[in-house]
Ligand binder design. Structure first.
Ligand SMILES: [Zn+2]
Length: 223
């Protein structure tokens, strides 16, 4: 058990550096968490600690109500939202939050990113939806994430006037969704400066998404 938690502490600390590498975060904004498989526990970034100083040791272990189980710092101020998602989505093993520029620009307008690129059909399988305006401090952000993504293919939601939350089967998948979300938000934004992006037929979105989610990539034996 403690081996699993140590591994997740390292993984979550390392994945925060991916947010920096892809330019998704400034200062101490943004956070990654991972569910501890089979336990009512999660590992998340400490609050207010700079990205340079994040280590496996200072990651915080919390229960699924956001209470600290192990850790010297306070957990990320977004912990309640992450915990809410884990409580209501047993299939989710990782959650990421960023204020990445282009995605947040769509969020500021309250406008979903339309699915107009094959890469979007692959990864998101639909538009990237807008979640409600919600203030930090209670369950309203977590509830907004869960309700918006319920029955939606997209692993990303743009919380209105705020930023991005992504989910994944593990923390790495959620980070990938956050990176791809910013990438397509930027491209579709640029496209719109030139005119109106062309829609992709729903049947083609369905086909692309099915192929990407089920066929694409290395098979386990070839890794
Ligand atoms: Zn935020």
């Amino acid at each position: 058990m403690s081996d699993t938690i140590d591994l997740l502490r390292r993984q979550v600390a390392d994945l925060h550096q991916e947010l920096v590498r892809y330019g998704l975060v400034v200062w101490t904004a943004g956070n990654v968490s991972a569910r501890v498989p089979g336990e009512d526990l999660l590992v998340i970034k400490p609050s207010g600690v700079s990205y340079d100083e994040l280590t496996p040791e200072n990651m915080i272990l919390c229960d699924l109500h956001g209470n600290v189980v192990e850790g010297e710092h306070a957990p990320s101020s977004d912990t309640a939202a992450h915990a809410y998602v884990y409580r209501h989505r047993p299939d989710v093993g990782g959650v990421v939050h960023t204020h990445s520029t282009y995605a947040s620009a769509w969020a500021a307008r309250g406008e979903p990113v339309p699915c107009v690129l094959t890469a979007m059909a692959d990864e998101f399988g639909a538009e990237i939806p807008i979640g409600p305006f919600a203030l930090i401090g209670d369950d309203s952000i977590g509830r907004g994430i869960v309700e918006t993504l319920d029955g939606h293919r997209s692993p990303a939601v743009l919380m209105k006037s705020h930023g991005v939350f992504t989910i994944g089967k593990d923390a790495r998948a959620a980070v990938k969704a956050a990176v791809m979300c910013e990438d397509v938000a930027r491209t579709v934004h640029v496209s719109r400066q030139l005119g109106e992006p062309l829609p992709i037929a729903q049947a083609d979105i369905d086909r692309l998404n099915f192929r990407y989610q089920n066929v694409y990539g290395q098979r386990p034996a070839a890794q």
